[in-house]
Ligand binder design. Sequence first.
Ligand code: SAM
Length: 278
Amino acid sequence: MTTTKTTSHYALGSTDAEQERLIRQAALLAPFTERFFRGAGIGTGQRVLDIGSGVGDVAMLAATLVGPSGEVVGVERDERSIDRARTRVALAGLHNVTFTQSDVSQIASGKPFDAVVGRFILMFLPDPPTVLRSLSQLLRPSGVVAFHELSWAPFLLLAARLPLWSAATSVIHETFRRSGANTEMGFALYQIFQQAGLPAPAMTLEMPLGNDPEFIRWVPDVLGSLLPLAQRFDLPLRPLGDLNTLPQRIQAEVSASNSVVTWMALVGAWSRKSATHA
Ligand SMILES: C[S@@+](CC[C@H](N)C(=O)[O-])C[C@H]1O[C@@H](n2cnc3c(N)ncnc32)[C@H](O)[C@@H]1O
């Protein structure tokens, strides 16, 4: 077993609404994460460990890349999320995905993995280098470590020209920040991989663009999941007006700009465990 003293508070929770939000988000991001995983070398026949699986989207995506001769093990500590993930895997008819309920810092070791992957998980951990170092011990030599995380900095800069969009995204960012999440985990990955004893990673950055209601709704959606925390932190919600009409007013602002807005910057980092990794 890999055991490190790294538990954390998770700001988004796992209500039904948050689970639906994660599923919508995963549909938007699937082409980006798939391209990143393929580039990192995830492919046919591999045994892959997905950490912080949520309701299973990354694990299911990895399962399509490794095919029936491969296998994916997802690790998630939230019981409701695991239940949902198992139901979705069964409905999808995937026989090569299983889930284990565990904190990522306490994963039992077994047959070595060919790859360890994750999306939007290291940003929530208090000690990512320690977790990454222990995860590497579950990998075979030359195994792949590949993580998709976020950078908020370019997103906040580009959001500034639209007042309501910008005010809403600032509340979300500040709530994450005060909850202890690292909103610049994307760029931090370069050093964190090395602190975990891995070679410096190859890295990618992509920013999805859009302006239709499905693209834009992630802001009011995430705000909905974070609202109890934002209120507890006494963040400025009044400038956002009636939260019930926020989606329509944000959409009107974006449509009036006759432009597109960005999603947060998706930063990918991957490298291979060296034979001498300790
Ligand atoms: C933002 S969600 C991402 C889910 C999934 N990777 C995706 O991209 O759709 C992060 C997930 O990590 C889980 N999580 C957070 N901290 C964890 C920990 N220490 N151990 C295991 N799971 C954790 C949360 O419960 C949540 O389901």
